[in-house]
Design a binder for this molecule. Structure first.
Ligand SMILES: Cc1ncc(COP(=O)(O)O)c(C=O)c1O
Length: 383
């Protein structure tokens, strides 16, 4: 289809025009089972009646008023989200990168206020992904992102994931924060090890280094818990969210604990669209519908079903099946894009992470039957 979009993506062949439940339809009327959720966004699938109604009703009432005024819906989301997350305050942004950018600013300002301007270094993990703004690009622990756009901001260093000695060696006096994904998504679906995370958090707490969990992909029930880091029994100082909280509309969120609640003063940070009432009305439905034990249990059960099905088939094209909850990676001996293309032909949409990992992020509300249907297609393809 002729289009005037910049070539930042190489779009896959189906041109999608409609969604319903966990299925997508292309302009030719072909039906696809969706194991992508629009890259982890459509947690409630498509045309979810409560979400659609809430968003439409809000658009018909007040679609936007900016943050120079309060509105009841954004306030309600701020109260519900902080209470659920057991955090003190929230700032609403429009995307994952923007949430992380806000988190980095918040951590640096906390350190500046308390220790002066030379304690400003942010540690991130190798293989991580945090976004595409200049600061979050710099935070990404992958060399491929550190090109072309020079100069990158200063004050970043990279720790090998799950290597506590490397962490200790990077822990210079100028470090103010660490940012981590509980399960590295874009980097290939690599869950962090519990003992590493526990030790890092404990050392950071003892040195007043801010612990940021980037839950943009792994948050909001994706791993069978509210947040991915809940799998490690640790606490965060800052949590960033986006994707699944929006369920189809753009949102970002920076949650902080009491220690950081008074760091930002009027003028220190802001956004025109962030906390838009229509987006927040949808996010309130997301919290109501999927942030509960019943959903967490179903995510965990469906995760096991899918992983068991893939491993029981003993497929020699598979190196490893890994991940937590409905954030699953299938490392292949061959090329992941080829399998992705073949899956499309069989009516299943999947993601890739790098050249050899198939990444699965089905909608959170997916049923057992639909999980098995997708698993069977994958087993056939990988035989
Ligand atoms: C862990 C993580 N952080 C940040 C981002 C960036 O989010 P966005 O694309 O909404 O800016 C992503 C996107 O894939 C992500 O997976």
């Amino acid at each position: 289809m002729k289009n005037s979009l910049m070539s930042t993506y190489a779009p896959l062949s189906p041109i999608l025009s409609k969604g319903d439940g966990v299925y997508l339809y292309d302009t030719k009327g072909n039906k696809y089972l969706d194991f992508t959720s629009g890259i982890g966004v459509n947690s409630l699938g498509y045309s979810h009646p409560k979400w659609t109604k809430a968003v439409n009703d809000q658009i018909n009432t007040l679609q936007h008023c900016s943050n120079i005024f309060l509105n009841p819906v954004t306030v309600e989301l701020s109260n519900k989200l902080t209470s659920l997350a057991k955090m003190d305050k929230v700032f609403f942004a429009n995307s994952g990168a923007e949430a992380n950018e806000g988190a980095l600013k918040l951590a640096r300002k906390y350190s500046f206020d308390k220790y002066g301007k030379n304690r400003n270094k942010i540690l991130s993990l190798k293989q991580s992904f945090h976004g595409r703004t200049l600061a979050t690009l710099t935070a990404n622990g992958q060399e491929k992102f550190h090109n072309y756009f020079f100069p990158f901001p200063e004050g970043f260093d990279y720790v090998e994931a799950n290597n506590i000695n490397d962490f200790n060696s990077k822990l210079t006096d100028d470090v103010c924060a660490i940012i981590m994904e509980a399960v590295q998504g874009e980097g290939g679906i690599h869950p962090l090890h519990k003992d590493f995370v526990t030790e890092v958090v404990s050392i950071c707490n003892s040195k007043d280094i801010v612990v940021i969990f980037d839950e943009v992909q792994s948050g909001i029930a994706r791993t069978g818990k509210l947040f991915g880091f809940n799998n490690f029994d640790v606490k965060a100082d800052i949590i960033t969210l986006a994707k699944g909280l929006g369920a189809g509309l753009p949102i970002g969120a920076v949650l902080c604990n009491e220690k950081l609640s008074n760091v930002f003063n009027p003028g220190d940070h802001g956004t025109t669209f962030g906390g838009n009432p229509a987006v927040c009305a949808g996010a309130l439905v997301v919290l109501d519908e999927i942030c509960n034990d019943k959903t967490y249990n179903s995510v965990t059960k469906n995760s096991k079903l899918l992983k068991d099905k893939l491993t029981a088939a003993n497929l020699n094209k598979i190196v490893e099946v890994r991940g937590i909850g409905l954030m699953i990676g299938i490392e292949l001996k061959g090329n992941s894009s080829e399998i992705q293309q073949k899956a499309i032909e069989k009516g299943l949409l999947v993601l890739t992470a790098g050249t050899n990992v198939i990444r699965l992020l089905p909608p959170i509300i997916i049923s057992e039957e639909e999980i098995l249907k997708g698993a069977n297609i994958l087993v056939e393809l990988l035989k």
